[in-house]
Each structure stands twice: as structure tokens, then as C-alpha cells.
Design a protein around this ligand. Structure first.
Ligand code: FAD
Length: 477
């Protein structure tokens, strides 16, 4: 068998890695000049940084096993501290009720309690949106303070237009009751992923995993074509047969795995039913602009990253790479920060000059007061096109039409964040890669559209300092 794989991000490269280990012939095409996709690590000012914060976590034993097989001992456990920065104060995230109470004004506390009480007595009717989902669990006041601004910065649409799926996948069972219980008795059962306070991180950055996978693929005679964008998948009737690269080269395969955006795959076919074509045109993606700032001397805010909820700041998240693992800082005393901005293609921010973006980021950092005596000496901009699939209310039924259509095409598998239009973390994309490889190599029939982005919250397995442990093992140590 000869397999063509499009995209060397976590999904595509994990699939190629698994297939190459079984001595199946694989060709991996990557548009960029390096592997890793959005989870790559780059060299900057003599240090290593990720594209924004990249914490690996999975509750799936297959994903953890693969991650450990690849990284070996070359990782460290990092204590997670990620707080919300709101109106010059820091609030723990996930929210801790006593922390919130101690930092809100008396009026704020009263409003919080009253609006939460109102939800208990007269719950807000659920209309499938993020807004009503959160209000029902936390009340209007806490929603306004701690969910609305950040969520709308990230997605660029009102919380009343955002599908509740986003909440279900990211903050699932977290409720006021759980938060109070956790504050009082701790999180001994590690029930919710969002409440975890440690994660495993490769010593040389998150992308190290994918660089190591690339080496193994090549050792196993797999071929990786970097800087080789794929134009389209070619099909004959209802069977995918070949890949055409941007320079018009065509290569035939027995099976094609694609992680390029689902809309580009469908857009490359000439005989798509009109309703599928229409549905495809409704899919929207959000972009990320990362502005890295080099600060002379170390900055002592201790978070791995901060969620910036303050409405007067445009940035949405602020990463401090000093607080990850020492090796990525390479003995340098400077601190590298990454400020994240989100926008659509049509927003002026997306095409703003790098210098202007850096200037804006400088001003925003000064406004936070987090710089102390630190002086910004340099800036660097990195744009990630289509970094987030936007879960507009009702997107699921439109996506389903596209999935059903793609299921009629033989020898074609779509996986990955943009490949399936799912808000995947690395672990979901790795799992998709593993299962796609099993379908191809072992004739399994995993339904890859169904890889449930909820599964991470079930929290059964985790990578710990001493390797791979089940939840029971974790509780016993
Ligand atoms: C700012 C930010 C922070 C994040 N934080 C975390 C985190 O803390 N933890 C976590 O687990 N995940 C995090 N993620 C998500 C993580 O980056 C993704 O889940 C993961 O990278 C998805 O892998 P993928 O292979 O599905 O897609 P991608 O990483 O997007 O890889 C797809 C690859 O396909 C290539 N490609 C696309 N089109 C073509 C084409 N036509 N021809 C050839 N190649 C093509 C792309 O260049 C890319 O390399 C974060 C993402 C962002 C943007």
C-alpha cells in the first residue's frame, strides 16, 4: 500500500508515524518548511518558544503511550498556573468561588450572589448557545465578568451566536457547585480536566514530539516533502486516487489522508452537490496573530499564561515562556512573552504592518503594569491563518452534510483540527492520526468524525513524572 498524507501537524504526522512503523509506504506533504503544524516550536532570540501556549494533556491511554514512546525521558512536569486578568486583578481559572469573592467589590459580590440565586430559582431557558449555557450555571453577573469578553475576543462573534458545543467541549461539567466543592475539599478525584494543575511538557518545546516523529518516519523510509503545498485531492468517480501539489505534480496513492482544511478539500472537487457546496461556504475560521516581545530581564508574574478578560485590552492571552521549563530559555536572562490577538481575514488587524502590531503590543503590555522595570527590546510577529474553526450556532447540521458527502468518497480520510472542523487540542489530533492509521493498516472501522472532543474530561489516564499512570495509580501516590 502507498499512502499520501497532507499536512505534518500533530494529526498527519502521527498517522504517518504509525503507518511507517508498520513498514507501509508513506509520503507526507507539508506546506510549511518544518513539521509540527500549529504545535511547532520555533527558535527566537536564542530561546525556544511555541506558537502561543501549548500544554499537552490527554486522558486517552493510546495517546499518552504514543507521546511517551516518542519523547522518552525528555520531558518535565510543569505546575500549571493560568489566571484570568480582569480589571487589574488576577482570578484563578478555573474559578475558585472564595478567590472571586475576595477580589470583587461588595456590590459585585451582591450582584454575583443574586444573579446566581436567580438562576437556581428561575433558570435561563436553554437555546443551544454558549451564553445561556454559562448563565444557567454561573448567573448573569459572573458570565459578564469572566466569560463574555474573553469568549467574544476569541471567536469574534457574540456569545449568543456561539454554539453551546464550545462550552460542552471546554468547560463541560464545571459548575458553581463543583467549583465550591473543589475550593473546600480540593480536587482529589481529578474529575475535571480544567482543574488539573500539572502537565507534562517536552524539555525542548511542544514541537519536539513532532520533530522526533519526523526522524522516525524517515528512518522507516517514509518520505516527508516540506514546503510542498497540496493544491487538491483528485478523485475518479467516487474514489480518491491522487494528490496534486501546487506545482502541478500529480502522485497516485491507494489511500489519501488529509488534514488540510475540510473546505479546501471539498472546494477542490468539481462535482459537489449544491447543498454540500453551500454548507461548505458557511464554515468560518478565526485567525491568530502572535506578537512576541523580548523583555530585558526576567518578569516575575508566575503564570504559564494569563487569560486577558479586561475589555480595554485587545490581546486575549499572554504567555510567559520563562514559566514553562528552563531548557527552552537556553540560559538567557531575557523573558519572551507572546501576546495573542484573534481576527477574521476581513479585519484590518489581519493585514496590519508588523511594526504597528509590535507598537500596539508594547502599549498594551505597559497598560497591564506587568512589565515592572522590564524594558521591551525587540518584537516579532507570527500569523496563523485559520487557527480556530468557529462554532456558529447550528454549524453542526451543516457540517454533518459535508461529513456525509465525504463518507461517499472511497480511499479518503479526513482528520485533524481543520481537516474535520473540530476544536481539537493536540491530543485529539494525535488520536485521530492513530485511529486513521489503524483503519488503513488493520482494516478497523473507527468512525473518525465521532472522535468525541468530550473524552478528555473523563480523566482516566495521565502522563506523570514517572511515566504513564492510570487515575487509580495517581490517587494512590
Ligand atoms: C495559539 C494556540 C494555542 C494552542 N494551545 C494548545 C494547548 O495548550 N494544548 C493543545 O493540546 N493544543 C493547543 N492548541 C491546538 C493545537 O495547536 C492543535 O490542536 C494541533 O496543532 C492540531 O493539529 P492538526 O494536525 O490537526 O492541525 P495543524 O496543526 O493545523 O496541522 C495541519 C498541517 O497541515 C498543513 N497544511 C494545511 N494545508 C495544507 C496543504 N494544502 N498542503 C500541505 N500542507 C498543508 C499545515 O501547514 C499544518 O502544518 C493551540 C493552538 C493555538 C493556535
Amino acid at each position: 500500500m502507498k499512502i499520501g498524507i497532507i499536512g505534518a501537524g500533530p494529526a498527519g504526522i502521527s498517522c504517518a508515524y504509525q503507518l511507517a512503523q508498520k513498514n507501509i509506504e508513506v509520503d507526507l506533504y507539508e506546506a510549511d518548511s518544518v513539521v509540527g503544524g500549529m504545535a511547532k516550536t520555533i527558535e527566537l532570540w536564542n530561546q525556544k518558544v511555541d506558537l502561543g501556549p501549548h500544554r499537552f494533556f490527554s486522558s486517552d491511554p493510546r495517546v499518552n503511550q504514543l507521546w511517551l514512546d516518542v519523547i522518552g525521558d525528555d520531558y518535565e512536569m510543569v505546575n500549571r498556573l493560568t489566571r484570568i486578568y480582569y480589571k487589574n486583578k488576577f482570578f484563578y481559572y478555573p474559578l475558585k468561588p472564595f478567590d472571586v469573592l475576595s477580589k470583587l467589590s461588595y456590590l459585585g459580590i451582591l450582584k454575583g450572589i443574586l444573579s446566581y440565586g436567580k438562576e437556581k430559582l428561575f433558570p435561563t431557558e436553554q437555546d443551544g448557545t454558549f451564553e445561556t449555557w454559562v448563565i444557567k450555571r454561573f448567573g448573569q453577573y459572573l458570565f459578564d465578568c469572566f466569560f463574555k469578553t474573553y469568549t467574544e475576543k476569541l471567536w469574534g462573534i457574540s456569545c449568543a451566536e456561539l454554539d453551546a458545543d464550545f462550552a460542552a467541549q471546554r468547560i463541560k461539567k464545571l459548575s458553581m457547585y463543583e467549583a465550591v466543592k473543589t475550593s473546600l475539599v480540593g480536587n482529589r478525584n481529578h474529575k475535571h480536566r480544567t482543574l488539573l494543575d500539572q502537565f507534562a511538557y517536552p524539555k525542548h518545546g511542544t514541537g519536539e514530539i513532532y520533530y522526533k516523529m519526523a526522524e522516525c518516519i524517515q528512518k522507516n523510509k517514509g518520505r516527508i516533502f516540506l514546503s510542498t503545498p497540496v493544491l487538491k485531492v483528485i478523485k475518479k468517480g467516487n474514489t480518491a486516487v491522487a494528490i496534486e501539489t501546487i506545482d502541478s505534480r500529480i502522485k497516485f496513492y491507494d489511500h489519501i489522508v488529509s488534514t488540510m482544511p475540510i473546505s479546501d478539500v471539498v472546494g477542490g472537487f468539481s462535482d459537489v452537490p449544491p447543498e454540500v457546496s453551500e454548507a461548505t461556504k458557511t464554515l468560518r475560521y478565526r485567525n491568530t496573530i502572535l506578537v512576541y516581545l523580548r523583555v530585558k530581564q526576567a518578569l516575575y508574574f508566575p503564570d504559564n499564561w494569563l487569560y486577558i478578560h479586561s475589555p480595554d485590552l485587545l490581546m486575549g492571552r499572554l504567555t510567559n515562556f520563562k514559566n514553562w521549563v528552563p531548557a527552552i530559555c537556553n540560559g538567557q536572562s531575557d523573558t519572551i512573552l507572546a501576546l495573542e490577538y484573534w481576527c477574521f481575514d476581513s479585519d484590518s488587524l489581519w493585514t496590519m504592518d508588523d511594526d504597528k502590531l509590535i507598537h500596539m503590543a508594547n502599549l498594551e503590555m505597559e497598560k497591564t503594569g506587568l512589565l515592572g522595570n522590564g524594558k521591551i527590546s525587540d518584537g516579532y510577529v507570527r500569523r496563523i491563518h485559520r487557527s480556530y474553526p468557529v462554532y456558529y450556532k447550528g454549524y453542526k447540521s451543516r457540517l454533518k452534510k459535508i461529513e456525509d458527502y465525504l463518507d461517499t468518497i472511497k480511499n479518503l480520510t479526513l482528520i485533524g483540527r481543520n481537516g474535520t472542523f473540530k476544536y481539537n487540542n493536540q491530543d485529539h489530533s494525535i488520536l485521530m492520526g492513530i485511529l486513521a492509521a489503524e483503519n488503513i493498516a488493520a482494516g478497523k472501522a473507527h468512525n473518525l468524525w465521532d472522535i468525541n472532543t468530550d473524552y478528555e474530561y473523563q480523566e482516566k489516564y495521565a502522563v506523570t513524572e514517572t511515566g504513564f499512570k492510570t487515575q487509580r495509580d495517581c490517587n494512590n501516590t
